[in-house]
Design a protein. Structure first.
Length: 406
């Protein structure tokens, strides 16, 4: 591919990836309105977030083999059609249980974008370019988490929370048109790929038998779970504990999203001068220190909002390094054949962790900031320890990555 073709591809994939943040972040400010309109409580509304994470986690495992068998484009289009239909169902929800179910279907359709983006990047870019490509996509899709909460607040205030899902329907339709006419297939159909359950299970076992994939995939997924703890806990913390308005919440949420994106872009430049593995470990260690400071602060003091927000900003900023790098390292062993399955399994790791953490946030909710902060610290610690386990294999992986430069 030429440089221009790569840039066009990054933009298209960035828009595809953006559907995830829009699906999650845009309706967060509408939680109180949803609870009131559907005559339920915040706990039941939060289940719509948990089921969304479950749907993404499970759905990706189905799309992986389909993409290895039929190529990337057809499953991507089918998934977005399912997403569009589910968005209509969400907008017409008569009660909270219907909304919970429709959010599950919405995730089963929308998660195709996550698998497709990872697989297409691995198809089109060499191993040493993958991490930078992921960082570039984060720059394009970064608009979504910045503007989504603010848009959600505006839509909820002026048009009602149901209009949010009408907006998501419009996005899905636009993406279907763009993909159909402008996205080139990166991998043709492979009739040798079996869709029998036994064969699919064996393919996933092959992926899981690769220790590099498992360690880096888990390290990245557990680090990324910090984001899901944040998403689950921050609406209550900012609006109920610190008493900020819905508009202020939207701006603060967007600012933290900018921090995440800024980290991913600085990561692109640092990767030109530093080892991929070393940079990932160092940023993971710094993140552990920052989460420790935040935990110590909320344990001993009632942190002022500026201090609390600043520490949280830097935690998400550092996540912008860890997420693309760990993803690139986990997919590095796969060149062909199982790329779709590996991408799906990697995404399933992330969303499975997200579903578990969002559920645990509900279980441990005690009306304070402590559950979210403790969760972030524990996740940062586990992720760092997993990255330390790769010590013996680091040189071998690094040699493979940088051999691809030549």
């Amino acid at each position: 591919m030429t440089k221009k073709q790569q840039q066009v591809l990054i933009v298209i994939l960035g828009f595809i990836a953006a559907i995830g943040p829009f699906s999650i972040d845009m309706y967060l400010p509408g939680f109180p309105a949803i609870a009131k309109d559907l005559e339920t409580d915040d706990a039941h509304v939060s289940l719509t977030l948990t089921t969304y994470f479950i749907g993404i986690s499970v759905g990706q495992l189905a799309y992986g083999p389909l993409m290895d068998r039929f190529g990337r484009k057809k499953p991507l289009l089918i998934g977005l059609v399912i997403y569009a239909i589910a968005a209509i169902g969400c907008a017409l929800s008569p009660d909270v249980w219907w909304l919970i179910g429709m959010r599950l279907v919405l995730a089963l359709g929308g998660c195709v974008g996550m698998v497709a983006c990872s697989a297409i990047i691995r198809d089109r870019f060499s191993a040493n370019e993958v991490a930078r490509a992921f960082s570039s996509i984060l720059l394009v899709m970064g608009v979504a988490p910045v503007v989504a909460p603010t848009l959600g607040g505006v839509f909820t205030e002026y048009f009602g929370w149901r209009s949010i899902f009408v907006f998501l329907l419009v996005i899905a339709v636009l993406l279907i048109v763009i993909i159909y006419f402008f996205l080139e297939e990166s991998k043709g159909e492979d009739h040798e790929v079996s869709l029998k359950v036994g064969k699919i299970a064996r393919n996933y076992l092959v992926v899981l038998s690769n220790t590099d994939f498992v360690v880096y995939g888990l390290a990245g997924s557990i680090a990324m779970a910090i984001m899901f703890a944040y998403i689950s806990g921050i609406p209550f913390i900012l609006m109920k504990i610190y008493g900020v308005s819905e508009t202020t919440f939207g701006w603060m949420f967007g600012l933290n999203a900018c921090g995440f994106i800024a980290g991913s872009q600085l990561n692109r430049f640092l990767l030109k001068r530093h080892s991929l593995i070393a940079l990932t470990r160092k940023t993971s260690f710094i993140q552990l220190i920052v989460t420790s400071l935040l935990l110590a602060g909320v344990w001993n003091f009632e942190l002022p909002l500026p201090v609390f927000a600043t520490l949280l900003f830097f935690i998400l900023f550092l996540l912008g390094f860890i997420n693309p790098n760990a993803t690139a390292l986990s997919l590095e062993p796969f060149v062909s054949g199982n790329v779709g399955s590996a991408s799906a399994m990697n995404g399933s790791f992330k969303m499975g962790a997200g579903a578990a953490i969002s559920a645990l946030m509900g279980v441990f909710h005690d009306g304070t900031v402590f559950p979210m902060v403790m969760m972030a610290f524990v996740l940062a610690l586990i992720s760092f320890l997993l990255l330390l386990l790769t010590g013996r294999k680091s040189r071998r992986v690094e040699e493979r990555v940088y051999a691809d430069k030549e």
